[in-house]
Design a protein around this ligand. Structure first.
Ligand SMILES: [Zn+2]
Length: 490
């Protein structure tokens, strides 16, 4: 677990005692002078602004008692935001709720918050408030707004608790991003254009087609040296934009007036940032740089750190153990064996396809003869191990030998939903289309016209039941659908 060496903000502290005092005053005024404007003004004044929230003053705080200042149904929320309060970012933590899932939400403000609102590339915290699971936490102007699936009573003191594992994951990756960005910029002269705290791995995006492997190794070593040296992470808070010192910045949103924060890694980097951070780089344990992904003229350099690095290594090690067991080899020989097996598999598939094509040529005349001799229509044929090429050969033979006969040829396992394929040929284009319209829904299939008639994909688990339906239908030509030929595996 992460050390409890807390990181606290310098410059000034916002005391919750102030909040309590003002709230008592609000209560007194509400009882004796119920003037809404005064009340609202004082309520706003009692709310800790984003930039000085409890979670930003102390990233290691897990619980907080706060007062409910306002509570409105989410749909009629008076305060507007530039961002959606419910949209989860791409590749988000799978635990992040992506929608209200049919329940009503309430937007609630508190005197303070131990839950971080989304910002600076860091997703919002999850947790509980008064026993209710938090849906989302967002910044609206300088106000932190929490969405809950239940209303709370204005004036109540409630307990907030942070989902600690999620917070640690977020703050370790956010602090690691600051270090990585700073080292990549100073060593490789590549500024970070954007970054993403995603799953399973995070990335920074830089203006280069790729980063040479030797540079990646050097950057990783430098970052890990800073982590091993236990370099502190310092958070300083300033009242407004005009007070800010020179610092790297990705831009401060226009609706943020202050207080504003600068996160510094001494002798390396200073950056405006609202996120929660570790107080010492040693709390990251290590950083591992992973693959790169080209994106136009830029590339994404993926990384992992903190507890997620440890669990990712554990999962990789378990997978390797299972592979070693399944292949019956030593771990060191995995790559060679897998490459050899892959080559053998590709050769086998090529050989199998060639043999299947020969079988199709040999059996197609017999299948066409069966179709011509069959007294009922349509004629059905199915072969489990066939493929679309095989069906094409058979369909061509049917079209040539018995063009007036409506035929359905299919392939794929009768036990799997996704392997089915079929072709319908014969009689006339209109008859083929009419039968496809009737038959495809029965086999849960989709398709369209082809050179020989109709081709599509279907769920072969429904094949037998579909044949029964067709066989018992009063408009089927003949007594019943043809019994499946001997070559059928059904
Ligand atoms: Zn940041």
């Amino acid at each position: 677990m992460i050390s409890q060496n807390r990181g606290r903000t310098k410059f000034y502290q916002y005391h919750s005692n102030t909040t309590n005092l003002l709230f008592v005053l609000v209560r007194y005024l509400r009882r004796n002078f119920p003037t809404p404007r005064i009340l609202c003004f004082l309520l706003v004044m009692t709310s800790a602004p984003v930039g000085m929230l409890a979670c930003q003053r102390d990233s290691f705080l897990r619980q907080l008692k706060a007062k409910v200042l306002s509570c409105v149904p989410a749909a009629s929320a008076a305060v507007s935001s530039g961002k959606s309060s419910t949209a989860a970012p791409a590749h988000a933590d799978p635990n992040t709720p992506s929608s209200s899932q049919g329940t009503s939400l309430y937007e609630i403000t508190f005197s303070d918050s131990v839950l971080f609102p989304e910002g600076g590339g860091q997703p919002w915290d999850l947790g509980t408030i008064a026993g209710h699971s938090v849906h989302s936490v967002v910044r609206k102007g300088d106000t932190c707004v929490v969405s809950l699936p239940a209303p709370l009573t204005v004036g109540d003191d409630v307990e907030m608790t942070v989902d600690w594992d999620r917070r640690v994951d977020h703050m370790t990756h956010h602090s690691a991003q600051h270090v990585l960005t700073a080292v990549v910029e100073s060593e490789l002269k590549l500024p970070t254009e954007c970054w993403s705290l995603t799953h399973p791995y995070c990335f920074i995006q830089v203006p280069a087609a790729s980063i040479p492997a030797a540079d990646v190794t050097r950057v990783e070593q430098l970052c890990n040296r800073l982590i091993a040296d236990g370099v502190p992470v310092v958070c300083e808070t300033y009242p407004s934009r005009s007070d800010l010192p020179a610092a790297r910045s990705r831009g401060i949103p226009a609706d943020v007036t202050g207080p504003l924060r600068v996160i510094s890694i001494p002798n390396l980097d200073s950056c405006t940032c609202c996120g929660t951070h570790v107080s010492n780089l040693a709390q990251l344990h290590a950083i591992k740089l992973l693959h790169q992904e080209a994106k136009g003229n830029t590339c994404r350099l993926y990384f992992v750190t903190g507890p997620r690095l440890l669990s990712a290594f554990g999962a990789t090690y378990d997978r390797e153990k299972q592979l070693v067991k399944a292949l019956g080899i030593h771990a060191q020989g995995i790559l060679g064996v897998v490459e050899r097996k892959g080559t053998q598999l590709a050769e086998s598939e090529k050989w199998s396809k060639k043999l299947l094509a020969e079988v199709a040529k040999l059996t197609a005349p017999q299948i066409a003869a069966n179709a011509a001799a069959c007294a009922v229509s349509p004629f059905f044929f199915h072969r489990e191990d066939a493929d679309m090429d095989f069906l094409g050969v058979v369909a061509a033979e049917l079209a040539g030998k018995c063009p007036a006969k409506l035929c359905v040829v299919a392939a794929g396992s009768l036990k799997e939903p996704d392997s089915g394929m079929l072709m319908i040929v014969g009689e006339s284009p209109a008859a083929v289309t009419a039968f496809a319209d009737r038959f495809m829904p029965l086999v849960g299939g989709k398709g369209g016209p082809s050179k020989l008639g109709f081709r599509g994909k279907c769920d072969m688990r429904k094949w037998k039941a579909a044949l029964k339906t067709i066989a018992t239908a009063t408009d089927t030509v003949g007594a019943a659908a043809a019994p499946l030929p001997a070559s059928s595996t059904s």
